[in-house]
Design a protein. Structure first.
Length: 143
């Protein structure tokens, strides 16, 4: 699954925070669209390259907690590794486990527009559900 900015998420207002509502035809697509929503709150990557790859392997008690862990892992890569994700490939996904390749490049303030600082993805208003054409989830991020 490639990361794109195509429709698949929206940002909504929450008092003093921001919310992400994402959807996809499949669970991997939902996870990618949620990641697009998170990135849209942090940085406009513009014409970023996919010249580095970080493998991601996560386990959690259920798929909602796994979604939060996934987004917090991407936040960690951004904050600690100074890495902006521009392409993701979810290679394996179950209710409790995720394997992915995260491609991107080092954040460059001369090429990437920094939008805001996200502190964490939270469990506040967290929900995931099957919908008619796939899956939908929402969560709140601490900004």
């Amino acid at each position: 699954m490639l990361m794109s900015d195509a429709a698949g998420y929206e940002i909504f207002a929450v008092t003093a925070d921001k919310g992400i509502r994402a959807w996809g035809r499949t669970l991997p697509e939902l996870f990618v669209h949620a990641a697009c929503g998170l990135r849209s709150l942090m940085v406009d990557a513009g014409e970023a390259c996919a010249d580095r790859m970080f493998p991601v392997s996560l386990q959690a008690e259920d798929r909602e907690v796994l979604l939060v862990a996934w987004l917090n892992e991407l936040l960690y890569l951004y904050e600690v590794e100074k890495f902006v994700a521009v392409r993701l490939m979810v290679t394996d996904l179950s209710d409790t486990r995720l394997e992915a390749e995260v491609w991107g490049e080092t954040v460059n303030p001369n090429r990437h527009i920094i939008i805001s600082h996200v502190k964490a993805v939270t469990y506040h208003q967290l929900r995931m559900r099957a919908i008619e054409n796939g899956w939908e989830a929402q969560m709140v991020v601490d900004v």
